[in-house]
Design a protein around this ligand. Structure first.
Ligand code: ADP
Ligand code: MG
Length: 244
């Protein structure tokens, strides 16, 4: 499969009285894992919402390969090969785990048989084979998050955007998730953009990091570069703490 680039070019997003993203540019190649980090309220979720068409742009463009995503509906963007998970899990509570994942494959146009097959194989890959017949609502928090990732993968995306997938997971669940996620780019040829507060997970998983603060890019590069960047230290510690 040829290499493709998801490119966010000079993107701004405005809410009433607030510039949530201010001329942000970022790119993710297929096969690559990019971490999106920054303090609470820095615009991370808004950037994913902008890519997937959930919020309108005040400026800039977003492309995946030669397709312009900005201006398309969320459904069209998903069909163009960009899938996401949500910070707050969205599962069908009264459907089984298998049905939840099948539904996502059917939405992408798979036949019934192909959808079942794809769902089973993804659930196996995510370590959820024993839970296929359980209802969405009966799952532990960590399992719900994994089903959400299986749902996103069922659309066979070129780019997968994950909003805090390890939130609420214990250490063992996070370790399993790290292992699963680290294999996705190579196994599926996809590009991964991941937001998480677990710096251990981010630093071990990501090839590159992009740091936002107050809607602006303050640093980008590898873990060592970002970790020692004065603006990043300042953004995380706050002005008061930096002088304490
Ligand atoms: N739909 C919205 N309407 C108004 N303000 C919003 C909306 N979504 C996010 N914001 C604001 O935009 C800023 C960035 O939010 P968000 O992208 O959720 O940050 P993060 O994910 O980095 O914690 C915050 O100040 C937040 O309150
Ligand atoms: Mg967020």
């Amino acid at each position: 499969m040829s290499e493709t680039r998801l490119a966010v070019n000079d993107v701004s997003v405005e809410f009433t009285g607030l510039r949530a993203l201010d001329h942000v540019s970022l790119s993710v190649l297929t096969g690559e894992v990019v971490g999106l980090i920054g303090p609470n309220g820095s615009g991370k979720t808004t950037l994913i919402n902008a890519i997937t068409g959930q919020v309108k742009l005040a400026g800039g463009t977003i492309t995946a390969g030669d397709i312009t995503l900005s201006g398309l509906s969320p459904r069209r963007i998903a069909l163009a090969g960009v899938s996401r998970s949500f910070q707050i899990v969205r599962l069908f509570n009264t459907m089984t785990v298998l049905e939840n994942v099948e539904a996502a494959a059917l939405a992408k146009g798979a036949s019934r048989g192909a959808a079942t097959e794809r769902a089973k194989s993804l659930l196996d890959e995510l370590g959820l084979s024993a839970k296929v017949d359980e209802l969405g609502e009966s799952l532990s928090y960590g399992d719900k998050r994994r089903v959400e990732i299986a749902r996103a993968l069922a659309a066979e995306p070129r780019f997968l955007l994950l909003d805090e997938p390890a939130a609420g997971m214990n250490d063992a669940e996070t370790e399993t998730l790290l292992h699963t996620l680290s294999e996705l780019p190579r196994k599926r040829g996809l590009g991964l953009l991941i937001i998480d507060h677990d710096m251990g997970l981010i630093m071990r998983l990501c090839h590159r990091l992009h740091v936002l603060a107050s809607g602006r890019t303050i640093a980008e590069g590898d873990a060592a570069h970002v970790r020692s960047h004065p603006d990043v230290i300042e953004a995380y510690l706050g002005k008061g703490a930096a002088h304490a």
